[in-house]
Design a protein around this ligand. Sequence first.
Ligand code: UD1
Length: 315
Amino acid sequence: MKKILVTGGAGFIGSNLVKKICISNEVVIIDDLSMGRKKNINNLPNVTFYEKSVLDRHFMEDILIQENFDCIYHLAAIASVADSIERPSETHEVNFDSTLFILETLRKMENRNLKRLIFSSSAAVYGDDKELPKKENSPIKPLSPYAIDKFSSEKYTLMYNDLYGVPTSSVRFFNVYGPNQNPSSPYSGVMSILVDRYVKKIKNESSEFNLFGDGEQSRDFIYVDDVVKALEIIAYSNDSKGKVYNVGTGNETTINDLISIISRYLNEEIKINKLEERSGDIKKSVADISNLRELGFEVDYTIDNGLKSYLKFLD
Ligand code: UD1
């Protein structure tokens, strides 16, 4: 059994990761429940939960030193681009300062057990650059404080590997979907909003979906179980040390396609309100995942299978 820390472990990706790794590891979750939810992690074995902010330096330092983790997944973040534009300084503290503090604490630790720290970055770092598919060495064009903080954090994370021997990797998530993603925030991912509207339609509740633009924009949607698999592969591979990886599927799906797949699967139609394209929206996004594949990763979920699995979970 290994000791693993998951910051943001009650959130969407974190709770799905913890559910898998807690079977054979001792897991500590740190989450202030600002975005995460306690019910996402109820009744999981081998889990200790602390309702704490990653900005609580005394707490963070104590737990990192005392527990001397084998592996750390740093997923805690204010995962909203819009929020970062409204509150750049506060989001910077969570999305950047917390990372640097964890890295510094680890650097100074003697007899460190750590085998790997993984930092969760985002495809947002590529901005609206037109080069497709996005490779890890494609141009970086951050368009928001969120994207700058993610890029700086991922770079610092890798630099601590190279300069100080703290073993690290970074990942750039594309559009992740699946159970435990909260559809109620205005900044939620399109998949959770769309599925929520279909579920409402089935319950005879108001179910209109606001489609920004013509629906022909595409994204690389990756099911959260595949993300969890990728995280574990990266954490346990020697070759991934000091490197950044795209975490996507390599396939793009348009919003129109999503709507028809869900409609077909549920045999339901919802009302679509066509609105102006969202300002700053990217037309197309898809990941090149050859580097991840070289570590042995294969995508398990096509968009069809992933959606089926997600919708079954909502039954
Ligand atoms: C994601 C981020 C976004 C960020 C971008 C940078 C989330 C939820 N969004 O956006 O803040 O700027 O990465 O890479 O993390 N859409 C609708 N109706 C809706 C919601 C979305 O039509 O109710 C459309 C959007 O206009 C967009 C597409 O669906 O074209 C996907 O939207 P979203 O899920 O927000 O993902 P990104 O655009 O990739």
